[in-house]
Write a protein that binds this ligand. Structure first.
Ligand SMILES: C[S@@+](CC[C@H](N)C(=O)[O-])C[C@H]1O[C@@H](n2cnc3c(N)ncnc32)[C@H](O)[C@@H]1O
Length: 277
């Protein structure tokens, strides 16, 4: 017998409340929930309401609107955002990096940005790829800035600890070289090694706010993030990426994404890969 999980049924979310929540999420994070995410929002936010003993969605919306610290919003966005990721996701991008980008310029002055890095698998994959390419011979190693909106995933990324399952499809030699196997109370986990962790800096950054960079990056990875935005928000973010890239820098987006419908000056290299002239 399995118990029916009817916890989220304790709270009713009416259409008006859903609209207000969707508006708050859109204004704060650019995430377009549309009309069909009501059940998901209901399920995810009911957990917060229950944990915090909040009487209902009306009270929760007032708390969000009156909170001056911004902490409530952070919790809301942590609960709403979709953080699915894995090591070497969309592997062709890392092959492209080795075959087409690294041979031309790959040194300590080379700067990467993983925008929407989730729990760190993407920036750590970039770091492992670069390490493998440069081996120990490099006197200076490139740096990767990794940013996300969600403090929850950034905490995981900084810890760099993952279940063993996260590396089960990776080449065993890479796992041995770049991860530490947990034992005792950490059995079943692996931890990214320091030599990789120190190549990456994690920061919280909301992509819909004006970017604090100008011509700083050689490569920007922003994969599987812009799918959550509408065209207007995408347009602003792509403009920001263009300005943040050095001339001849690359923008790499997710395989289900494209810059169709966006006005931009990037040169199209191949699907999902663009270059600033
Ligand atoms: C599906 S994950 C993608 C992770 C990784 N780039 C990949 O492709 O595997 C999307 C990430 O975008 C982040 N995100 C959503 N809206 C954001 C915003 N306005 N600013 C920054 N990050 C955002 C989410 O928190 C989430 O971690």
């Amino acid at each position: 017998m399995f118990a029916v999980d009817n916890n989220s049924m304790n709270y009713k979310l009416n259409n008006g409340e859903y609209k207000k929540l969707a508006e708050i999420v859109y204004n704060c994070a650019g995430i377009d929930l549309g009309d069909n995410k009501k059940e998901l929002v209901h399920a995810r936010l009911s957990k917060i309401l229950r944990k915090r003993k909040i009487s209902g969605f009306q009270e929760y919306i007032s708390m969000l609107r009156t909170d001056k610290t911004g902490d409530e919003l952070v919790l809301l966005l942590d609960a709403i955002s979709t953080n699915v990721t894995h090591f070497f996701r969309e592997k062709e991008h890392f092959n492209f990096l080795i075959e087409n980008i690294c041979p031309h310029k790959c040194s300590g002055n080379f700067h990467f940005w993983s925008a929407g890095c989730s729990s760190g698998e993407e920036p750590y994959t970039i770091a492992i790829t670069l390490r493998e390419y440069l081996m120990k011979s490099a006197s200076s190693i490139p740096h990767i800035l990794a940013t996300d909106l969600s403090t929850k995933v950034l905490g995981k990324a900084i810890a760099g600890i993952y279940p063993m399952k996260a590396v089960e499809n990776l080449d065993i030699s890479l796992v041995k070289k770049y991860f530490l196997k947990g034992s005792g109370s950490s059995a079943g986990s692996i931890k990214i090694k320091k030599e990789i962790a120190k190549m990456v800096t994690f920061e919280r950054l909301n992509l819909i706010e004006p970017l604090p960079f100008r011509q700083e990056f050689d490569v920007i990875f922003c994969r599987n993030v812009m799918i959550y935005f509408d065209n207007e928000t995408r347009q602003k973010i792509v403009n920001g990426f263009y300005n943040a890239l050095k001339p001849e820098g690359y923008l790499i987006i997710g395989h289900s994404e494209s810059l169709n419908g966006i006005k931009h000056m990037f040169k199209y290299i191949k699907p999902t890969i663009y270059r600033k002239p």
